[in-house]
Write a protein that binds this ligand. Structure first.
Ligand code: NAD
Length: 257
């Protein structure tokens, strides 16, 4: 099998569904050995099955771990190194979307819950994987941020802007060690959380999708495959001079201040 990830080890947090699964399949097609991390065995097993169906003989390790727990994240890195001896790529992707309500109604407990997974979890991933990559003298991390157009998401918005800051900061620190850290800022892509949101809107599922699609200048949502293509590129050696920055994939939705 040929491809940009032959002989490489890629860890995917939130690998039990959505974009994590799409990225896992994408890099496995190009030869990656995989470590999939998520909260439960069901999603992980499904991803492993999809990978096996797409690419025969891929090495896949499944690890049940909670990215907001330091001991879990340390275990993910240690177990990966024990199994494969290295980590070439780390897709720092696990998330919770959180409640949607305006800021004055947003609960502090919910705020802390979302930030714990999306921001603290992303930080812990960086903290543990960067130490390993520094010892190796190489490696790439792709963090997951977002492009928002709707409001009502204080914790999610804050955590994802925080991820952009973490990306910039870590890229500055580790570039000299042969390591790159980048983020993607994603527009709307049909994955389980967006599906759930659209399905719960009073206007109805179809009308809601049309409205959200229309917020994107291309008049449609992004696909999981389009995001997976970008992440695979960013994790590959082809993106070796892209560091400490965020790449937007949103069909033109983002309006920069
Ligand atoms: N889909 C979109 O439209 C969109 C838009 C912008 C950004 N993103 C970002 O893309 C990434 C993937 O989102 P998605 O749409 O695929 O969501 P998803 O819910 O399908 O996948 C997220 C995965 O993370 C896992 N997870 C949640 N909490 C965890 C924890 N504490 N520890 C370990 N795993 C945990 C979930 O079980 C799930 O499998 C997220 O970071 C999200 O913010 C997605």
């Amino acid at each position: 099998m040929g491809g940009r990830f032959v002989g490489k080890v890629v860890v995917v947090t939130g690998g039990g569904g959505g974009l994590g699964r799409a990225v896992a399949v994408r890099v496995a097609r190009e030869g990656a050995r995989l470590v999939l991390v998520d909260l439960g065995v069901d999603g992980l097993g499904e991803t492993a099955d999809v990978v096996a169906g797409a690419v025969r003989g891929t090495d896949v390790v499944q690890i049940v771990a909670d990215v907001k727990r330091e001991a879990d994240v340390a275990r993910v890195v240690a177990e990966t190194v024990r199994t494969f001896g290295r980590i070439d790529g780390f897709f720092n992707n696990a998330e919770v979307a959180g409640e949607r309500r305006r800021t004055e109604d947003y609960g502090p407990v919910e705020f802390d819950r979302v930030v714990a997974v999306n921001l603290r979890g992303a930080f812990l991933g960086l903290k543990y994987v960067l130490g390993q990559m520094r010892e190796q003298g190489h490696g790439t991390v792709v963090n997951t941020a977002m492009v928002d157009g709707s409001g009502n998401r204080a914790a999610y918005a804050a955590s994802k802007e925080g991820v952009i800051g973490l990306t910039r900061n870590a890229g500055l620190e580790y570039g000299r060690h042969g390591i790159t850290v980048k983020a993607i800022a994603v527009g709307s892509v049909l994955t389980p959380p967006l599906e759930e949101y659209l399905g719960g809107l009073p206007e109805g599922r179809e009308a809601a999708e049309e409205r959200v699609a229309a917020e994107h200048p291309m008049g449609r949502l992004g696909t999981q495959e389009e995001v997976a293509d970008l992440v695979a590129f960013l994790l590959s050696d082809e993106a070796s001079f892209i560091n400490a920055t965020t790449v937007t994939i949103d069909g033109g939705r983002r309006v920069d201040p």
